[in-house]
Design a binder for this molecule. Structure first.
Ligand SMILES: CC(C)(COP(=O)(O)OP(=O)(O)OC[C@H]1O[C@@H](n2cnc3c(N)ncnc32)[C@H](O)[C@@H]1OP(=O)(O)O)[C@@H](O)C(=O)NCCC(=O)NCCS
Length: 313
């Protein structure tokens, strides 16, 4: 049995950092950044906190949800890999502002940029019968951790949030593959800043994702050509293009919509889902693959199999 997406919304802060701004801060160029990443600008939260962004995305996600469904949300997971405050946890801060009942299991989860996928794996196990609902709110503010004199990291990351409401669905099936490799050297925080070996992560993602995507499709007995959309962590457009090329699947099925947002870490996949809903693309998809990867190293692939039905309500 599986899950279905009931509602989704994003919140992107108004602040922005363009390639031309970065040209004034480090030795780089708009041309280099666009060629290597596809990025033009990044959304920056400035004074807004992770909780502020989570509340804005969560409120929008729930605004058109029927009260009887909202009342049945029994689990809230906030995914965040960049929380400065540590305690209290963000999820506790947003239960009341979102109007959720207090008899809710609410906690934060961190598995780097893979966190959204691991949260989805968690709620899938929680959604066991009709009428079960779960809310995932993903919010990250990487700009708090970026050294804006390090051209290897400052060009990539942006801030943002997205909320997704999931329900149990008989008409869909759910398959997943996860991997965690102990390798703290490629992406870590030391002192104030995040350090990254971008080329290693690039190799890891392009080297492992195609095979695991094939594996999850085999597990779900779905031919790879029958997958309508591959929603990959929006880390770098070139990684996504390379994975599509290796799988010999048209780029159109591998949407990239982060050019003016940046790599937002855990919200990147749900932000993409909201963009594709705006374009009326996600609603038409029957089989969807979601894939996250990042610090840890961590990796998670999910196949939402529609069994002839759409996986978005
Ligand atoms: C960060 C990233 C864009 C760098 O691109 P790359 O093609 O791998 O570049 P490299 O790090 O190999 O560096 C190539 C050259 O460009 C230079 N360079 C690095 N950043 C630069 C910048 N912003 N502007 C100009 N030159 C830059 C390097 O110093 C290097 O120069 P050299 O050949 O003289 O030594 C890329 O590795 C990437 O996106 N990786 C994935 C990161 C990721 O997904 N992180 C999040 C995981 S959740």
């Amino acid at each position: 049995m599986g899950v279905s997406l009931i509602s989704a919304a994003r919140y992107l802060p108004k602040g922005s950092l363009t390639n031309f701004d970065l040209e004034k801060m480090v030795e780089t160029s708009d041309e280099w950044i666009q060629q290597r990443t596809g990025l033009i600008s990044r959304t920056i939260a400035e004074d807004e906190t992770i909780a502020d962004m989570a509340i804005k995305a969560g409120t929008k996600c729930l605004e058109n949800v029927a009260p009887e469904i909202k009342d049945k949300i029994k689990i809230l997971i906030v995914t965040t890999a960049s929380y400065l405050q540590v305690v209290p946890h963000v999820s506790s801060e947003i239960v009341e502002p979102l109007g959720l009942n207090k008899d809710i299991l609410a906690y934060d989860l961190n598995a780097g940029c893979t966190t959204f996928i691991y949260a989805l794996n968690t709620v899938e196990r929680f959604l066991t019968e009709p009428g079960d609902y779960a809310l995932i709110v993903s919010s990250d503010k990487l700009s708090d951790y970026i050294d804006y004199t390090d051209r290897g990291t400052c060009i990539l990351f942006g801030d943002g949030a997205a909320a997704t409401l999931w329900g149990y669905a008989q008409a869909t099936d759910y398959y997943s593959i996860n991997q965690t490799i102990t390798n703290p050297e490629v992406l870590y925080r030391e002192g104030k800043y995040v350090h990254m070996n971008g080329a290693e992560i690039f190799k890891f993602a392009v080297g492992t994702l195609p095979g695991l995507i094939e594996d999850v499709c085999a597990k779900g007995n779905v031919a790879i050509e029958d997958v309508d959309l591959f929603l990959l962590h929006q880390a770098n457009g070139r990684i996504i293009e390379s994975v599509a090329r290796k799988l010999k699947i048209d780029n159109e099925k591998f949407p990239v919509r982060y050019q003016n947002i940046g790599n937002t870490s855990s919200p990147s996949i749900p932000i993409l889902m909201t963009q594709l809903m705006d374009e009326n693309i996600l609603q038409k998809a029957k089989n969807i693959v979601l894939a996250g990867f990042g610090a840890g190293l961590s990796l998670g692939i999910v196949l939402l199999k529609g069994n002839g039905q759409y996986v978005v309500k």
